[in-house]
Ligand binder design. Structure first.
Ligand SMILES: [Fe+2]
Length: 345
């Protein structure tokens, strides 16, 4: 334990050359890189994207690039640890800010990764998933699970912007990422399931004999209800942050296979210091302002900002005014792989 391992430089050059020619390499000089002691050594660094800074760039993209030339008009939020252009915000989470202008549509497609949209601004936008038209109001969380057809449209008069969160990096790593395109979907003539079958928490449509729970029964989580639930809960949390997980209303399971979502309310003047988690996280500020220290680095955030934290980060949030955040994390993936962990600070 703790013994210094041999280096490549210690080996004779002819042996190194012969290994290269044979297509092999010694493990021991590289072992600590892939198996560090005690905890992972993340490449991901804390990131912060001020909406005030990104919004004008996004609107300019609306002038420079018609949606037909972009399919999805998105500015990707690149992890500072991987540098500009990185198609990921943490090891497993991709984030992008997407702009749709009035009258535009984003064509229908289906792909292997799963996505969630968190609506940042604007009204009149909608997503159609498997024929269900999902209105997009500020703060709403809209699911487009892998394997489900989806397209977007905009019936309003002002730009609509949402934050996309995908498990894309995982699918790219697995060489399993691809999409199929198709025509815009016919929309069912009825409100979405959050307004019909799952209007009240604790109530689900009566089950027919032999019908099992559905994997994705509800694709839209309206923000108004989430905020109301957080406010009720906050009255009884003894000064700590109120948190609610987004779950499948039929089973209580995570809403997507690899990504989890938690709504948080941190009251004005409150401080929230969660345990160290093995999951990485992205925080999207729906409302409010405050600051968060991540591994000693302080981020001052305001409404509609997004920031990220690597695995096992020491995170302390402090709200300057009542703040509502959505935390995107990869705990469901880690639980499936059997290694999700929390450690005391
Ligand atoms: Fe998509």
């Amino acid at each position: 334990m703790g013994e210094q391992l041999g280096t490549l430089e210690e080996l004779p050059q002819d042996y190194r050359d012969d290994m290269t020619a044979a297509g092999v390499a010694p493990l021991w000089p590289m072992m600590r890189n892939v198996l560090p002691h005690g905890a992972p050594n993340p490449v991901t660094r804390p990131g912060h994207w001020s909406y005030a800074a990104v919004r004008p760039l996004l609107l300019r993209a609306g002038e420079l690039t018609p949606v037909e030339k972009a399919e999805r008009r998105v500015l990707v939020l690149s992890d500072p640890g991987r540098g500009a252009g990185a198609m990921q915000a943490t090891a497993s989470i991709y984030l992008g800010l997407q702009l749709l202008l009035p009258g535009e549509t984003a064509p229908a497609h289906v792909h292997t990764p799963s996505a969630v949209r968190i609506v940042v601004e604007g009204t009149g936008g909608y997503t159609v998933v498997d024929g269900e038209k999902l209105p997009m109001e500020e703060g709403d969380l809209v699911l487009t699970p892998g394997g489900e057809w989806h397209d977007h449209g905009h019936e309003g008069t002002e730009p609509v912007v949402w934050l996309d969160a995908l498990d894309l990096p995982l699918f790219v790593y697995l060489e399993g990422s691809y999409a199929t395109e198709g025509p815009l979907q016919a929309q069912r003539n009825r409100p979405d399931a959050s307004q019909v079958e799952y209007l009240s928490s604790g109530l689900a449509p009566s089950r027919k004999l032999g019908a099992g729970p559905r994997r994705y029964p509800m694709m839209r989580y309206p923000w108004g209800r989430t905020e109301a639930a957080l406010n009720e809960m906050a009255a009884y949390t003894d000064g700590d942050c109120a948190e609610l997980d987004y779950v499948n209303p039929e089973t209580g399971a995570d809403v997507l296979p690899t990504m989890g979502f938690t709504a948080m309310r941190i009251g004005a003047g409150q401080r929230h210091a969660p345990p160290l988690r093995s999951s990485s996280a992205a925080f999207h500020v729906v409302k409010g302002q405050g600051k968060t220290t991540i591994n000693g680095e302080t981020i001052e955030w305001g409404p509609k900002d997004t920031f990220t934290a690597p695995v096992f980060a020491e995170i302390t949030h402090e709200a300057g005014e009542d703040a509502y955040l959505v935390r995107v994390h990869d705990r469901p993936l880690q639980e499936k792989l059997g290694y999700y962990e929390e450690r005391a600070r």
